[in-house]
Design a protein around this ligand. Structure first.
Ligand SMILES: [Mg+2]
Length: 400
């Protein structure tokens, strides 16, 4: 945790596209207005006025459904260059309060006010009020503002304050503020993940606190561990990038390779090496709370020609036996097609963060049973080092 207290403000314009349309045409005010889609029912709603939200209409919904829910809906095509103009104007206003403005979408930004109080001769709440007032008086738009010790808290507070409100979460009160909120209020928890959490009886953010963080990590991967941290109100710098994890982590490659001291054409020895490398890669994947969806095998021959083969899996997982079996499957045709001795063997996977949507508890149970041995070995290795536990076939790798 950071030593100095941070002050983060999240500014989120209310029903932004619709509000701009209302400014351009005040007769739309209070009407069931939708931007995006058309009255014939094609396209998708990209913004909905508060008046039409009462009918259950929301952004991302097919226009046809919006029309069904509210037959009197007024569909507007939207004028995105005008929205951008307003957006720029708002961001300019924000920039007057602090140089550290991070715009995260057309109508949302984070401001880091840490240490700015003296500059403004005002506390964070007063600064937030000034921002709110400036946006209103200079653009006519209404914004909701959250103030907190981190981005996550500020964002959730702004959401809770909507529309046209302000909320300040006192430092130290983060967990208490979050506890009664539905789990779906947590950024990054969509309807699918929500169902997975429900299966464990987690309905409110505070319910996360009843679970051992290690268990949450096991069931939901890195995502679960982060949610547990957030529920405790921890929102440090390390997590800032994850605060808006609608954008998912990019896949990364986890791989290991071994060069033989003398080249070999013994398939048993190569398979033993693959087993050894699979254990090492599998362990790193699990330790990072990742899953993989592709396995790659690399063979370099005595003549330094290198062949690489990959196979995509039907489902992402984190099990060592899957790496071993898949890599051995890739090995067979390579050996059959070329008798030249092998100098180097590499095994890799394409790994990414586990999404809760990927979770299928039944499937996990199956893998867990098959893979229980490897997880037990991970534990031993945590205590005694990687080579303290190896599958028998990997031990062959070390011989000769
Ligand atoms: Mg907004």
């Amino acid at each position: 945790m950071g030593s100095k207290q941070k002050t983060i403000i999240h500014v989120d314009l209310d029903a932004f596209f619709v509000s701009v349309e209302e400014l351009l045409n005040p007769s739309l005010r209070g009407k069931p207005v939708v931007v995006g889609g058309d009255p014939s029912g094609r396209g998708v709603v990209s913004a909905a006025s508060y008046a039409i939200r009462k009918f259950g209409v929301h952004s991302g919904m097919p226009a046809a459904e919006a029309r069904r829910l509210c037959p009197k809906a007024i569909f507007l095509r939207g004028s995105h260059h005008i929205y951008s103009r307003y957006s720029r104007q708002v961001m300019e206003i924000l920039g007057r309060f602090t140089p550290s403005v991070e715009q995260v979408s057309v109508d949302e930004a984070y401001l880091d006010l840490t240490g700015c109080e003296r500059l403004h001769n005002a506390g964070p709440v007063e600064i937030a009020q000034r921002i709110h007032h400036a946006i209103r008086s200079e653009t006519g738009l209404s914004a909701s503002i959250g103030v907190g010790s981190g981005r996550l808290i500020a964002k959730i507070a702004a959401n809770a304050a909507k529309p046209n409100g302000m909320m300040w979460i006192n430092p130290g009160r983060e967990a208490a503020f979050l506890a009664p909120l539905p789990i779906g209020r947590m950024p990054g928890v969509g309807p699918v993940s929500q169902r997975e959490y429900m299966k464990l009886g987690i309905r409110k953010i505070g319910d996360l606190l009843r679970f051992d963080p290690d268990l949450l990590r096991q069931v939901f991967g890195k995502h679960g561990a982060i949610m547990a941290q957030r529920a405790r109100g921890e929102d440090g710098d390390r997590m800032e990038r994850l605060a808006d994890d609608e954008r998912r982590a990019k896949p990364q490659s986890v791989s290991r390779e071994v060069t033989y001291s003398t080249d070999t054409d013994d398939p048993e020895r190569i398979r033993a090496t693959i087993s050894y490398l699979a254990e090492s890669v599998g362990r790193r994947v699990r330790k990072a709370g990742l899953v993989f969806d592709t396995v790659t095998l690399k063979l370099r021959r005595a003549s330094f020609t290198t062949a690489t083969r990959s196979r995509a899996l039907s489902r992402a997982c984190d099990a060592t036996p899957v790496i071993y079996q898949t890599a051995c499957g890739l090995l067979e045709p390579l050996l059959a097609g070329n008798r030249e001795r092998v100098r180097l063997v590499g095994v890799g996977v394409r790994a990414m963060e586990k999404k809760p949507e990927q979770m299928d508890l039944f499937r996990r149970e199956q893998i867990a049973r098959m893979d229980a041995v490897h997880r037990g070995m991970d534990l031993a290795r945590d205590m005694y080092g990687f080579e303290s536990a190896l599958m028998a076939r990997s031990i062959l790798h070390g011989r000769g």
